[in-house]
Every structure is written in C-alpha cells, then in structure tokens.
Design a protein around this ligand. Structure first.
Ligand code: ADP
Length: 221
C-alpha cells in the first residue's frame, strides 16, 4: 500500500512491543525501541533502527532522546501500570502527535483514555475474542467488524463448494449477504459476478450482518 513511511518510538520491548517493532520495520518504517531492561534492548538492537536502554518514566530521558519528533509513540509496557500511565502522560505532554498504549485491563484502558491517549489497544483480550470466533467457525480465516451489526469475513472455500458458481450459491437472495471478492491462487477477483466459480482453497470475502453471515455458514458450508 502506498503509505508514507513514518517514525515510531516504541516503549517496552516485551512480546508485544518487539513484535510490533519488527512488523513496522518490515513495512518500511523507522523504529526507535526503548526498554529499561538491557537484555531486551540487546535482543532487539539489530532488528530495529535504534534500540536504547532507558527508564521512560523520566521526563528528561524522553526529552533527550528526542521523542517529540516522532510521528507516533507506542507505550507497550505490560504489567507495570504506573509506568505505563506515567510514560503515556509524558509522551502526550512532550507533544508526540499520536500516542497508542497497550492496556492490561478495562480499568487501565479507561485511565489511559482519561489522560488523552489517542488509541488504546487490548492485544490479549482482542486475540482471545478473535481465536474464539475462529474456533467456533473453522472456515473463518479473519474478520473485520464494521459496526456492531456488520462484518466482513474471510472464509476458506470448503470442498462442498468446489466448482459452484456464485449463481448456484446465490447468497444475496438467500441470506442477504454478498461475496465481494474471491481470492484465488491465480489472483484476486474483486466484485465477482454470477458466473465466477469457487474452488476449494479459494478464500471468499463476505460482507453482511453477523446473522446473515452465520446463516450462510451454517447452511452452505
Ligand atoms: P509483554 O506482555 O508485551 O511481553 P511485558 O510487560 O513483559 O509485556 O514487557 C514490557 C516491557 O516494558 C519490559 O521489557 C519492561 O522492561 C519494559 N518496561 C517496563 N517499565 C519500563 C519503563 N519505565 N521504561 C522503559 N521500559 C519499561
């Protein structure tokens, strides 16, 4: 995607922070990683643009590292809620344009919102929810909730639908949901038509209400 490359500062190089950092680098961005633990810094030093060891609850430290110049700051401190909150306030006060923080609990998240964080993420909670959905419907590869009601779901095409055209399946008339794309090994078909044919191992992208998609899955798959 044609995204402009950005400069990120990630505070806390635990499991979440280091995974986030690696992926941001993979996507072509610059990442400064900071952790108070020397070992965590050592481990990430070759993967990130810069990695330094510092306690980020200290304002002078953050100032001297120039964090104000970064496009986005991510507070990925886990268990130490006090350190997470202090660091978040400092990043906001120093004028970092976008501050994202990881919350360990709903209450922690509420505090982060009160102090003006731009985005709170709940990785463990959200991954738990996601995995539950995938376990309940084995063909579900991924999904995006557009609203409380509407979802876009990626479903693996099972053997029983191999060779079926969208006309055969007729999901719009039968369930009210639409197949908006079919991802085939040969390429993706966007806005497929009635004559397009599904093959096993294709991925179909469906848009509809949660009920319509559930109904589609239960009836067709
Ligand atoms: P995860 O669940 O993502 O692994 P952890 O709580 O294990 O999260 O990791 C958070 C990281 O944040 C740890 O490596 C820890 O050393 C670091 N950290 C905690 N407090 C501070 C602080 N005040 N300044 C900098 N780094 C910190």
């Amino acid at each position: 995607m044609g995204m402009k490359k950005k400069q990120f500062v990630i505070i806390g190089l635990g499991r979440f922070g280091s995974s986030l950092g690696r992926e941001l680098i993979e996507l072509g961005n610059e990442v400064l990683g900071i952790d108070k633990d020397e070992e965590a810094v050592q481990e990430m030093s070759s993967a990130l643009t810069y990695a330094v060891s510092a306690d980020c609850t200290d304002e002078e430290t953050l100032r001297s590292l120039g964090v104000r110049n970064f496009d986005c700051g991510v507070v990925a401190i886990g268990d130490d809620i006090q350190a997470s909150i202090l660091t978040t306030i400092l990043l906001k006060d120093l004028g970092v344009k976008q501050v994202v923080a990881k919350a360990m609990s709903e209450l922690h998240g509420r505090v982060l919102e009160k102090i003006g964080v731009d985005r709170v993420v709940y990785p463990e909670r959200d991954m738990g929810i996601r995995v539950a959905h995938q376990l309940v419907s084995p063909n579900l590869l991924d999904y995006i909730e557009l609203s409380k009601e509407y979802t876009i779901a990626e479903l693996a095409v099972p053997q029983c639908l191999d060779g079926k055209s969208l006309h055969d399946l007729n999901p719009r008339a039968r369930f009210g949901c639409s197949i908006v794309a079919i991802n085939k090994p040969s390429g993706i078909i966007i806005a497929p038509t009635a004559t397009d044919v599904l093959a096993m191992r294709d991925v179909m992208v469906i848009i509809g209400t949660n009920e319509q998609i559930e109904e589609f899955e239960a009836t067709v798959i």
